[in-house]
Structure formats: structure tokens, C-alpha cells
Design a protein around this ligand. Sequence first.
Ligand code: WT7
Length: 644
Amino acid sequence: MHKKIYEIPEDWADHALVSAERYQRLYDFSFRDPEGFWSEQGRRISWIAPYTIVKDTRFDPHKVSIKWFEDGTTNAAMNCIDRHLLTRGDQVAIIWEGDDPSQSRRITYRELYEEVSRFANVLKKHGVRRGDRVTIYLPMIPEAAFAMLACARIGAIHSVVFGGFSPEALAGRIEDARSEVVITADEGVRGGKRIPLKENVDKALTRVSAKTVFVVTRTGGEIGMEKGRDFRYEEERESVSAHCPYAEMGAEDPLFILYTSGSTGKPKGVLHTTGGYLVQASITHELVFDYRDGDVYWCTADVGWVTGHSYIVYGPLSNGATTLMFEGVPNYPTVSRFWEVVDKHAVNTLYTAPTAIRALMAAGEEPVKRTSRKTLRLLGSVGEPINPEAWEWYHRVVGEGRLPIVDTWWQTETGGVLISPLPGAIALKPGSATKPFFGVVPEIVGPTGEVLHGACEGNLVIADSWPGQARTLWGDHERFAQTYFHAYPGKYFTGDGARRDEDGYYWITGRVDDVINVSGHRLGTAEIESALVAHELVSEAAVVGYPHDLKGQGIYAYVTLMQGVEPHDALRKELVSWVRREIGPIASPDAVQFAPGLPKTRSGKIMRRILRKIAEGEFGTLGDTSTLADPAVVGDLIKHRAEV
Ligand code: WT7
């Protein structure tokens, strides 16, 4: 464990929104009296009818039920737009920076109001009603935020699907959500390359059906349009009014579904509701990033992930912030791009992922140092554990040793940050997400479910609910209860392992289930396995993660071919592109090993522990292999280990 401590810089200790003393006081209050704490904090957003009930939550595995502010009514789009119009109508809400550095756009709150209203009116005109699911498959353009907020405005439930997902993956998500409307663009642009989004939608819709597709023009590239189903958004936009009233929604009405990977093959539709989610996004955006009026705040995530939902759209906009939305990638046109964007738009807060930091670190210091970055006040990290070397580089080179780094631990299911430093309150340790946010009660449990105390290591659970918690999995409450509440009854199981040190700091050690984290993207090994076995020459597959210098974890696939099929290199390549096609580029295996047999117990269960060790090259610590049905397979696997 890294021993170094970075004390709170003096200017932060004196001027931050939350000082060390205030953190302790508020944390204690939130712990002793969660209802009292959240009753006050709930008022940070605007309500139509105020709530009188604050918390009604039950973690009992047989009756899981989570409700916050349940008798209050509000609207998320009203909170992100309308309530700012009087005071900051002319303030920029969204700065859009295109993939091509010569393209950018600035959208004021008043313009945001009109764009979102128009989008909402287009949806209404086409019959979208409260509770309907709308799939959004867009690149990082302002219309993605407009579309999300338009859904929120009329009470429709958005399901954003990351633009890097394949037609197959998109089809599965449209089908699961029973979504009849899809919003897409002709093409996306990233790193100078075009992504055929509309074509992908067309392919998806050969497998599942949707009534209406709206196509936003991004490149003007040639696409097919199906009459009666496909509509050009720009034409629709002209035909409607720029004013649309917001719907009065219950705090517990669904706001969005977001699909994420679990330990089985089928992605889970994590459901977030309106009031509690917004309160969590708002308070964490303000306090974790010490957000001040006038700040320019940049989260580099894609809106296809929860980070984009909470920290590009809902958190910053509910706080009346200026949020930067970036279409491109860190290394295009050059590896200085991030820092050039910081200088161009005078960014104060930069929130990015360890995988990006590691990639930029590999490009050396010069591309950073030739930029000024003097407007930066705070750095953030999210998505996977950050290794101390990358942390130190981020701190020393990007932050010139003067900027705090908030390493924020959270999940799609948590809605907002749960463990993180507050920059004026908590001294930093590189690689540690440090301390719980207000109202969050982390615990570490041992192998038999016992709660461990003091310095310890085990599985990370959260003992009580927080407002931004997911309420269910879309259409499968039983799976929700099973996944998160059965392992440790009465507690929410995160799926992560963690260590707590003698100062009470938390160190997330990574997933303890069959989920892997590749470049901050969460993937289920079972998902990749089912893609592999869908290939006609594959009889069986087992996928594990292994440490990867840039991606955090790489994907290692063991593949058993059908009888009589000879393994060869071209087939290996074909399987890699097969998985790309089935799921998307982020799921491409880094290594494929043809394995005539897999290590199984006598009852037929694959022993992944052994496969993980072999992928890691740790042959000395395979553990007990005597219970295997055929112990000889292990020697063969070691002998033919793939190059990684
Ligand atoms: C998983 C959740 C959080 C939004 C983006 C990812 C890992 C996330 C950290 C961090 C160590 C982290 C965990 C978690 N993770 N942030 N700061 N330190 N691990 O959301 O796709 O739902 O993935 O990402 O393993 O369980 P997600």
C-alpha cells in the first residue's frame, strides 16, 4: 500500500465549501439522523408539491423497497433548466467542443430551455407519453442532453445506449426496455473517424421493432430512411413550438434506465427515479467538486455511461453550472488535446478516468507542459481503481503539484458518488477513494458475512440506503433483490472488494464477481462468453480479466472449438472481430487461447480462479487442483498460454 499523504492545501482548508471540521459535523449528523440530514438536503432542488415523508427504505432481501421523498412532486428538467431562467438565462449551460478542434458551440440556459422544449414537443407530437421508454443512441452532441431532458420534461423514461455498442447490443436493450422510439444521428465522429449510428439502428431494427426513429444530422453522411418510421429531427424541430410545459412527476416516478453488465449474460436495466437521484447528483456535484457559481466544469465521460448522466447532465445543470461536453478523444488530433480544451474554455474542474490518464502519461510530459492549464482548480478520477503511479503523474504533471485530486468511487447503481475525498476536508492518499460521502455507511464484511472493524480487507457493502440508489432492475425486481441484497441480508452488496486502513480510508481493490473493468468500462465475462459461443465453430468459452498496463484489466478468452475444428491464427482474429461485432469494440478480447479442455470440477463448474492465474502468468500459485475432473488440462493450458 502506498504510504504517502497529501495534506489539504492551505487555501482549500480555508476556503472550501466543506472544511474538515464541517465534514465531520455533517457526516456525524447524516449518520445519526439520516432523515433529518436528507430532509434538509432534499430542499436543494425545487419541488412542485413538497415532500413530507423523507425515507422509506427496506433492505430485507425478501421485500426490498426503496423510496425517498415519496409524496413530493417535481420535474428533473424543470430543475435543470426552468428554475435557472430568471437568474441565469444568458449564462452558458453547455459548452460543446467538437471532435474537430475548429468546432464548438455555446448554449445558454435560455437556449437550452427552447431546445429541450422543442425536442419534448416533437416527442409528444409522435405520441410519446409519460412512462414510455425512449432509447437514445447518439454521439456526444448537445442533442444528447436535449433528448434526455426532453424525456424528463414530459415524464418519458430515457434509456441511453453508448454509441460504441453494436447493433446486437442495441437491439437487446431496445427489446428489454420495450422501447418504441429511438433517437439517433446519421453518424458519429470520434478521433476523426465516422461511426455509422443510423446504419447500426437499421441493423438493430431488423431484429426488434420500433415505431419511430428520429435522426439528428451530425455529418450529413448518406443514410437510408424508412418511410413512416424514420424522421429527420431538424424537420420535426421546425414544426413545433419552443415552449413545452413540464410534467408534474412523483419523486418515485422513473427518470431513466441505464443498462450495465452483471455476472450473467444479460445486461441489467438499472432504474433510477426522479427526486432522490436528482438530490444525490446535485449535492455530490456541488460538494465533491467544490462547485462555485461561474466555474467551468468538464467531465470527459460519454453520456452513454452513468458518469455522463450524473456529472455532465443532471448534477451540473441542476446546480446551474456550465458543463463542457466533449465529442472527441484524448489523443486527437494530438495528445495535447485535453489540455488544449482546458485552456480554450478556461476549464476549472477536470473529471476523467484512470485509463485516459495512463494513456496520456505514456505520451510523456511535454504535450502537457506546452499548455498553460492555469484555470484548473481541481482534478477528478472515476471508473476504476487509479494506480498510485498514474495518480502521482496526474498530480505532479497535470496539476503541477497544486491541485487536489478527488478519486470518486461509485457505480451505475449508486446514482452518484459514495466514497470520495472532499477537497477541502480530507487529506489525500494516492490510490485511495478515502472517506464516505454524507449519509453513506460503508462496511467491510468477511468471508462468512461478519462485519469487520478497524483496519481490514473484505467485501464492500453499504449498510443503509441513500437517495440516489437504484430502485430496481427494469422488469425484474427479483433479480435486483438477488443481485444486491441476498449475499449479505440487510445490506447492499457492491460487488467490489475493499480495504480499510488504520486512518479509516477506503481502498477499492476491484470487482469480486464475474465483472471486469476494461478502460473504466464494465463488462460481464458471461456476456463475452455468450457472444463467443454464439459463433458456429465455438463449443465452449471462459473469459477472465488480467492486469493490463493501459486498460486496467484486459480480456483473456479461453475457447474450446467444436470437435474436428483445427485452431489457427485466422480463426483467432475472426473470433476477436466476432465479439466486436456482437457487443462492441470495448469488448474485444486482448488474448484468445484455444483450449482443448477447461479446468472443471467433477460437477462441471469451470474453476475460474485457475484460469485467472494462468492468464496472469502466476503458475506458482494455482492452489489446489486435485478436485478437478481432469487435472491434466492445467498443464496443457500453461503450455499454450497466449501472449499478452
Ligand atoms: C464499478 C462501477 C462510477 C461510475 C463509472 C463506472 C469501479 C468506479 C472507482 C474508483 C475504484 C472504481 C468499481 C465499481 N469503480 N469508480 N474511483 N475506484 N473502482 O460505473 O460502470 O457502474 O462501474 O467501477 O469496481 O463497482 P460502473
